[in-house]
Design a binder for this molecule. Structure first.
Ligand code: UGA
Length: 436
């Protein structure tokens, strides 16, 4: 099959590369010519573990190519994926202008006697497939179907998630499109995982429901953690005790400094907005957004309390800037909120992250000292704050850290260390939801 993927962001680039890996010819389209030039030159535009190998293999074998020319890509393709941004508009609803703009252009390109399947891969509000259909139909001389196929991959493990998905969700009311999609996805579900076919609206809703549920689950655990601190319990014990109930499950129960990234915050907000538009007050999501917003300040609050409200002139090290490990993505990262508060209070910040420092420099410039190695951040500091759980931070040399730091004080937003060990090592150690 010949496939076009419009939009070479996270989802577009990973999807395009993985479809090429199963033997299809994929043309990725982007209107950003510098991005396209880079990709053509064999250079990836995102940091994603494992993507480079698959990318280089498929570009070398000429199954994966890049262009800025939408018409050229649509002409030769049977299936066209729309993997375009849907950023939050001013009122929090998803902005569909990129998706609908490209759909309109595609309508002009499809000729009579041609049949194309257009696939919404971006996270789009309920009813978008119908809108895309209407916009394409305005100018289209040929035949086409619009399918909703939400993507569930996670940054950091995107390639594996795409090649071995738990499930594939396809929303379509067309038998012809269903057959095409089935053929496309069969190689990814050979171990027996399901492809669920449903109507377009349910597929669109599934994506928002899944992300909002996961965000709610994390938020619930953050509230349990906050309460554990008050009642003298340990949230890690509680998590294990809860999670071993098969109905609850062990995954995605880790409390911390709030969820971030380009998806959960945006999608929870958009679903809340969709509910409002349909006269439904989704109170639970409203609370989730409020609680998560507050949780992102947790580490800075803890530090402020420890220093009796006087952070002025204090030297604070920050380990971890990305919104989660194995990515350089800092969108809605808790580290932004932590650092902003510390700077506001007059602290000096020394920061380290294995991948995300360049991105963070764009926000804080020289207000923050960015260091090359994790231990460089610790020289003479009054405290260390850990915001992202990179593996690199899990087993550091505590004795060396103690020698470097002015005071042996750690605020851990990701519960990386054992509280008893830290006490024995002579550290003041404050983590999330653990008093024991
Ligand atoms: C999320 C979903 O997990 C994907 O299924 C979905 O496809 C994607 O959004 C999307 O809509 O594109 P992602 O944003 O890459 O993926 O990251 P996650 O691994 O889900 O983490 C999101 C946030 O939750 C991070 O800030 C992470 O630190 C936090 N988190 C996660 C917790 O605080 N506790 C946990 O137990 C798990």
């Amino acid at each position: 099959m010949k496939i076009a993927v419009v939009g070479t962001g996270y989802v577009g680039l990973v999807s395009g590369t993985c479809f090429a890996e199963t033997g299809h010819h994929v043309i990725c389209v982007d209107n950003d010519s510098s991005k396209v030039e880079k990709l053509k030159g064999g250079e990836l535009t995102i940091y994603e573990p494992g993507l480079d190998t698959v990318f280089l293999r498929n570009t070398k074998e000429e199954r994966l190519s890049f262009t800025t020319n939408l018409e050229e890509a649509v002409k030769v393709s049977d299936v066209i994926f729309l993997a375009l941004p849907t950023p939050p508009g001013e009122d929090g609803s998803a902005d569909l202008s990129y998706v609908l703009g490209v759909a309109e252009q595609i309508g002009h390109i499809i000729d009579k006697d041609e049949y194309k399947v257009l696939v919404d891969k971006s996270t789009v509000p309920v009813g978008t497939a119908e809108k895309v259909h209407a916009v394409v139909a305005k100018n289209c001389k040929g035949a086409f179907d619009v399918v909703s196929n939400p993507e569930f991959l996670r940054e950091g493990v995107a390639v594996d998630d795409f090649l071995r998905p738990d499930r594939v969700v396809i929303g379509t009311s067309s038998e012809r499109a269903k057959e095409t999609m089935q053929r496309l996805y069969e190689p990814f579900v050979r171990q027996g995982n399901p492809i669920y076919f449903m109507d377009e609206r349910s597929a669109e809703m599934t994506k928002y429901a899944a992300n909002s549920y996961l965000a709610t689950r994390i938020t619930f655990m953050n509230e349990i953690a906050n309460l554990c601190e008050k009642v003298g319990a340990n949230v890690d014990n509680v998590r294990i005790g809860m999670g071993s109930d098969g109905r609850i499950g062990k995954r995605f129960l880790f409390s911390g400094v709030g969820y971030g990234g380009s998806c959960f915050p945006k999608d929870v907000q958009a679903l809340f907005k969709t509910a409002k538009e349909h006269d439904y007050d989704f109170k639970l999501l409203d609370s989730v957004m409020g609680v998560n917003g507050a949780q992102k300040f947790k580490l800075a609050e803890k530090m402020n309390a420890y220093f009796d409200g006087n952070l002025k002139g204090k030297k604070i090290a920050i380990w971890g800037l990305a919104f989660k490990p194995n990515t350089d993505d800092i969108r809605e990262a808790p580290a932004i909120y932590t650092i902003r508060e510390l700077l506001k209070a007059g602290a000096e910040v020394y920061a380290y992250d294995p991948e995300a420092m360049e991105n963070m420099k764009e926000i804080f410039g020289d207000q923050v000292t960015f260091v090359e190695h994790r231990y460089d951040a610790l020289k003479g500091v009054d405290a260390l704050g850990i915001v992202t759980e990179w593996n690199l931070f899990r087993t550091p040399d505590f004795n060396y850290m103690g020698e470097l730091m002015k005071d042996k004080v750690i605020f851990d937003g990701r519960n990386l260390y054992n509280t008893k060990d830290m006490k024995e090592l002579g550290f003041y150690y404050n983590s999330i939801g653990r008093t024991t």
